[in-house]
Design a protein around this ligand. Sequence first.
Ligand SMILES: [Zn+2]
Ligand SMILES: [Zn+2]
Length: 307
Amino acid sequence: MNTTVPAIGYWDHYTTLAATTTLTRLECLWQAWYQWWHHDVVATGLLFFLVHELMYFGRCIPWYIIDRVPYFRRYKIQPDKLPSDAEQWECLKSVLKSHFVVEALPIWLFHPVCRQLKIAVSVPFPAATTVAWQVALFFVLEDMWHYWAHRLFHVGWFYKHIHKQHHRYAAPFGLAAEYAHPVEVMSLGFGTVGFPVIYAALAARYPHWQWPDLHLFTIAVWISLRLWQAVDAHSGYEFPWSLHHFVPFWAGADHHDDHHHYFIGNYASSFRWFDYMLDTESTGASRARRAHRSRTRAEAAVKAKVA
Ligand SMILES: [Zn+2]
Ligand SMILES: [Zn+2]
């Protein structure tokens, strides 16, 4: 007698959930994924690996095409510096190696950490407003971390041995966003993954603060948006419809391209306020003040020598 039970596919789980529950389509897709794998560590690990690959490379493809369409040349910030296919291929190989070697292990450890910190995985998802303000909070905290870590990476030994790799391209392109030394990938990556973990740890440790629970879906949304921000900042294009024209404190490519061009200043990732407040903008008055300061220092040094 044949006792083989027919395997239930992903879409069988999805259609059952869609027919028998009041969950949204997105929640059904999410829940069916966990039911199908029947192994939460694998489900979360693979989900985040795929989110990373799809969001990163998916966002790079339009920029690769735009680089090849002459019409868009008028919007290129450094129009005489188009990345060649050979450069993009080298960059792609390095980024893929980094994804598989450096980031693969932490991604697989993510579910056990979530379990420990009571990060919710089950459906339904939290309210859209909760997702929105938690993501906004992570954007602000990541930007702060990125500013100081990046500024440190421009100091002597750190630049020479770690950050120099990321500055190989004076005119960046989308794919170059994650082209970096493994130490840089891990330390700047902390700004993206570390703050949600700290939030969840504090919420679990101090329940009387009544912070809304953090859901894994919120983290997936946050990581997707952060990846898009990083790729766009390296795109090398400034359009009349770029976000910073409507949200003046948003950084974008206009801000980060200057960092690659001048090597000094514009250390923040998403926002302009840290570089503005701490007088570290790459161009404009900040640049003039830096030049004046170094001139004054050099003149003082010459005077001291003569005396
Ligand atoms: Zn830098
Ligand atoms: Zn960069």
